[in-house]
Design a binder for this molecule. Structure first.
Ligand code: FAD
Length: 547
């Protein structure tokens, strides 16, 4: 018979395991990925020094605008997600149009019950400010601005960043591991640790203007226009933002010159074609080219590369910051587990396995989008024209229209940390807008579970405190608890029948009473076991402790 039990953790301040280690993690770069890494490391109880070359926070514009619900959920774990979501504009529909006619509207299906909407639009400058508030309030995080990392030294026990200060002097900062998030200009850092950054830079340019105005009816949806009369032959993307502001993103020719267009009054005319006679104010404008690149290795000794420093993708689908934050989460729990002696140090190398594959998936998805958005040959152009012409009436043609596949969490199906299950096989990339079917490697649908105390908790927040096991009625919770007693990390074991009296969690997972579901510290499913020893092997494999 099952009982409910929880096995609690060693204290968060457990001593670091590696002899000679300082017990400090370094974060290089105070962009949103570095900020997230610092907050997550501190949440695990790790003291952090976060360094940035800039003398202070100097937000330059909205940049990453569109944040996906699972990213908001990560920020929620460090206390910032709710404020970011509440301040942003929620949208649940993506509308795609061709020459002014609506082709289709996409919704977003959540297999769980996330407390967050599918997407929230908020400027990166504001997101960074909110994350800063939490960083400043966290006694475990030390910020070091005006520290340009010029050299990196490491040995078997520590890593040292040699930094140039604003007065020209040099200083050295040493820690156990470094999560580096140096952004798209991170080549100095990549060169220092020998990472290549292969890929391509696209010729076409994009003009972004954040415009404060009134566009009634457009406040809660993303609108993507193929070939509108006001940007013939090219596309325009419009996103609602807080404060009656709209992000308008025009595809413009490779030789586009913003200064010349402003001087000639053509920019005013371009904007007027969209806003009509309404008053408007340009809040931010920028022209950019995009890149499709990825480092060959995401781990170099004690340095884990994250965010734009590790990969750059086209912005359609909002897969930039929305993939940098999962990098930060993946790196932070692994560094924390190794520093605390909860996992084998070989766990660090799996950061590369998992996040390199995630970046490759993002490159594949955005490359498909770019082939459709910017066809390179006459044949590709003709084919696209044919698809768009047919799409309004023909569902088969409509399915081929690609205005970007929105960001989604990656599935660590092939990871060395994942234990495959013959009865829960990942069927591959899910249809657009849908969460994947739960299976080993996939992030857990977020659902409430009842704790032995009677309180409700969320699957994901329980998992984010260590390892979580939900045990089906045919297995003994006491036996599972006993077999995991050797783990040093925080571990929660719950009877699924008692935690899920109405069966909604079991239904969302597709769990049977003969199974125990094991969740990793980033809420991804580590595996589904049908024996007590299987649970042990799945949990031990998830943190590289399986011999
Ligand atoms: C126009 C535009 C629109 C975008 N829209 C979206 C969107 O809607 N959704 C989305 O998910 N993403 C979007 N992105 C991408 C998003 O902005 C980036 O993915 C995000 O900024 C990456 O964050 P990061 O922390 O990796 O790097 P950054 O924000 O670039 O931060 C890197 C930091 O590292 C510091 N640094 C670099 N080198 C050193 C050194 N040697 N020593 C010390 N410090 C150093 C820099 O000073 C900087 O502060 C957009 C980007 C652009 C340009």
């Amino acid at each position: 018979m099952s009982t409910t039990a929880t096995q609690s953790a060693p204290a968060a301040s457990a001593a670091p395991s590696s002899p000679g280690a300082t017990g400090t993690a370094l974060v290089l770069g105070a962009g949103p990925v570095g900020q997230t890494a610092a907050l997550l490391l501190a949440k695990w109880g790790i003291p952090v020094v976060m360094l940035d070359a800039r003398p202070e926070r100097d937000p330059i514009g909205s940049k990453a605008l569109c944040q996906q619900r699972d990213v908001l959920d990560v920020w929620d774990h460090v206390g910032a997600g709710r404020a970011i979501a509440d301040e942003g504009v929620t949208w649940t529909r993506a509308v795609t149009l061709y020459q002014g006619r609506e082709l289709y509207t996409q919704g977003f299906v959540d297999r769980g019950r996330s407390p967050f909407p599918p997407f929230v639009n908020i400027g990166q400058n504001r997101t960074e400010e909110i994350l800063d508030e939490h960083i400043r309030a966290n006694p475990l995080i030390t910020e070091q601005w005006g520290h340009t990392v010029e050299a990196i030294e490491q040995d078997d026990t520590s890593i040292t960043l040699v930094c140039r200060l604003t007065d020209g002097s040099l200083t050295r900062v040493t820690g156990d591991y470094c999560i580096a998030a140096p952004g798209n200009k991170g080549h100095f850092v990549r060169d220092m640790v020998g990472m290549s950054f292969e890929g391509e830079t696209f010729e076409d340019q994009f003009l972004i203007c954040d415009i404060r105005t009134t566009l009634p009816g457009w406040e809660f949806e993303r609108r993507f226009y193929f070939d509108p009369e006001w940007n013939p032959g090219r596309q325009v993307l419009i996103h609602p933002c807080p404060d009656s502001t709209y992000r308008i993103d025009w595809q413009v020719p490779p030789n586009y010159d913003l200064a010349a267009e402003e001087a000639s009054g053509e920019l005013e005319a371009r904007i007027r074609k969209i806003v009509g006679a309404a008053d408007y104010e340009i809040v931010w404008k920028s022209v950019y080219r995009f890149h499709a690149r990825q480092v060959d290795q995401m781990v170099a000794g004690r340095l884990l590369m994250a965010g734009d420093g590790a990969h750059l993708v086209a912005p359609f689908g909002a897969r930039g910051l929305n993939s940098g934050v999962p990098d930060a989460e993946n790196a932070a729990w692994k560094v924390a587990f190794v520093m605390k002696g909860w996992a084998d140090p070989s766990l660090i190398a799996t950061y590369h396995d998992e996040r390199h594959a995630a970046a490759a998936e993002n490159l594949d998805v955005t490359a498909e989008t770019m082939r459709f958005l910017v066809p390179q040959s006459d044949a590709e152009k003709a084919q696209r024209h044919e698809i768009l012409e047919a799409a309004a009436d023909d569902p088969a043609a409509r399915a081929k229209v690609n205005s970007g596949r929105m960001a989604e969490p990656y599935w660590y199906v092939d990871s060395p940390l994942t234990t495959p299950s013959p009865s829960h096989v990942f069927p591959g990339r899910p249809p657009k807008g849908e969460d994947p079917v739960p299976a080993p490697g996939v992030i857990a649908p977020d659902l409430p579970v009842r704790m032995p105390s009677g309180e409700l908790a969320r699957i994901r927040s329980l998992a984010r405190h260590g390892l979580l096991v939900l045990v089906g009625a045919d297995l003994s919770v006491a036996d599972v608890t006993a077999v995991l007693a050797g783990l040093r990390c925080p571990t929660t074991v719950l009877s699924l029948a008692e935690a899920d009296p109405d069966g909604s969690v079991a239904a969302a997972l597709g769990a049977s009473p003969s199974e125990a579901w094991v969740f990793r510290p980033d809420a991804h499913i580590a595996g589904v076991a049908t024996t007590v020893n299987g649970v042990r092997d799945t949990a031990y494999r998830a943190i590289c402790l399986l011999p």
